[in-house]
Design a protein around this ligand. Structure first.
Ligand SMILES: Cc1cc2nc3c(=O)[nH]c(=O)nc-3n(C[C@H](O)[C@H](O)[C@H](O)COP(=O)(O)OP(=O)(O)OC[C@H]3O[C@@H](n4cnc5c(N)ncnc54)[C@H](O)[C@@H]3O)c2cc1C
Length: 414
């Protein structure tokens, strides 16, 4: 069996390469090579270039301002943008263009589509995701932030946490409890909330890298009109499932490219540091190579499923387990290769911390950054334990996990 893209897809790839060649600066090294200010400016300008060329929301239908192209074209586009170090799939854009936008197209009202979709594309609305709470992360359905109806509006109270980019966003999509009596998955509603109002307060949380990427968000009698409820009241869980499927199945082949670039860079560091004769280091580098190849193949399997309208299924969880653990192993290895220097106190983030983007220069500091940042990989987007539970139950056919709140020991203890 030969696995390759169709000739139409490859023709599209050439077209993308041409657009990139004509629009990126001649001395372009990659977005990761820019400092923070230059990167912001580039992102703003580049977004317009992509939009003009129909590449910003490439597989949104044309009627909603997208490119009207198919999933495979989007995958090819992402591959080429990633290789060129010119991808814009940062949290802000990803949430609006890749997740909320398609969700509104699938289950939003016509009015919501007409109002929100153009503002997602223009960047006027920057979105963040208000799901996790201090006492509900993995067990998301246990969320406590609530809303009650007051005429044509909903009044929201409670707290969200780990909300990435809430400090730069002006809109948040929320899961809130709207029926305290209903079973926990059934009394939850998905709503869109303007953050520019007195009842919404964002407090920063500094992460392990010393950087401000996520936040706590507090709601005190915050309001949103009823027309901004997505789907039905108390049926928000199914809306969040639609959104989650957009979040998970997006870019099956992109990770293989990113991890390959990072591994190649580490092999180079190993050469420079003279450790390529060290038998343990060699074993670990080759294991990393093997992992990257496996991820590339799983990515292609997921792509094939997506193109054939097969649900991603547990491969999504396998993939998450693979790349998150791999990334931690690789950056552990980087620290061992760099040696004593990697323990230098650094106190601030390096100028070029987008080490995972091809084109970013690799320095000791950026490897340190990546090492620290990789700790969150097995937590965000569904923890490793949760993914293993999914694989255990759905692939290995293990019995459903025994829940602490339902397990037999509860009865024993009582
Ligand atoms: C970098 C980063 C960005 C994030 N951005 C956002 C965001 O933008 N919006 C948002 O809403 N959330 C965000 N999150 C939150 C993220 O979704 C949660 O951290 C994640 O779902 C885990 O929830 P928790 O932190 O409450 O941990 P918990 O669910 O409390 O888990 C604690 C530990 O217990 C384990 N555990 C829990 N349940 C089980 C079980 N049933 N079986 C076995 N082990 C279990 C977990 O695996 C974990 O090790 C972000 C997190 C990170 C790290």
């Amino acid at each position: 069996m030969e696995i390759r893209y169709s000739s139409e897809a490859e023709a599209y790839r050439l077209k993308i390469r041409e657009i990139l060649k004509n629009n990126l600066p001649a001395d372009w090294k990659g977005i990761g090579a820019l400092d923070e200010e230059a990167r912001e400016k580039f992102a703003e300008d580049w977004k317009k270039v992509l939009h003009v060329n129909g590449l910003l929301a490439v597989n949104w239908p044309k009627e909603f301002g997208g490119g009207g192209l198919s999933f495979i074209e989007r995958v090819i586009l992402n591959e080429e943008l990633t290789k060129a170090g010119a991808e814009l799939d940062d949290v802000k854009l990803a949430l609006g263009v890749n997740q909320l936008g398609p969700t509104l197209m699938a289950v939003g009202t016509q009015e919501q589509r007409e109002y929100f979709l153009p503002r997602i594309l223009s960047g006027e609305h920057q979105w963040c995701q208000g799901y996790s709470e201090p006492n509900s992360g993995s067990d998301l359905a246990g969320l406590a932030a609530s809303a009650y109806r007051d005429g044509d509006e909903w009044v929201i109270n409670g707290q969200k946490i780990w909300t990435s980019e809430a400090h730069t966003a002006n809109w948040i999509y929320l899961l809130v409890r709207t029926d305290a009596e209903a079973p926990k998955h059934e009394g939850v509603t998905f709503m869109l909330v303007d953050m520019n109002q007195p009842g919404v307060e964002v407090r920063k949380v500094v992460n392990i890298c010393g950087s401000h990427d996520f936040n706590e968000v507090f709601f005190t009698d915050a309001r949103t009109p009823h027309k901004y409820v997505v789907g039905e009241v108390n049926k928000g869980w199914s809306v969040s499932t639609v959104l989650l499927s957009e979040e998970r199945g997006n870019d099956p082949t992109q990770r293989g490219i990113i991890h390959r670039a990072q591994l190649d860079a580490l092999v180079e560091v190993a050469r420079q540091r003279g450790v390529t004769n060290d038998s343990v280091m060699r074993q670990r580098l080759v294991r990393a190579h093997t992992d990257v190849e496996i991820m590339r193949w799983i990515g292609l399997k997921m792509l094939s499923d997506a193109l054939n309208d097969r649900p991603t299924g547990p491969e999504g969880s396998l993939f998450k387990i693979m790349w998150s653990q791999y990334h931690q192993r690789l950056t552990n290895l980087a620290m061992d290769i760099i040696g004593i220097e990697s323990t230098t106190p650094w106190g601030m983030k390096p100028a070029n911390f987008f080490i995972d983007l091809p084109g970013a220069p690799f320095s000791t500091r950026s490897w340190m950054w990546s090492f620290l940042a990789a700790r969150s990989d097995t937590i965000r987007g569904g923890t490793g334990e949760i993914q293993r539970n999914i694989v255990g139950e759905r692939v290995l056919g293990l019995p459903k996990e025994v829940r602490m709140d339902k397990g037999p020991w509860n009865q024993t203890l009582r």
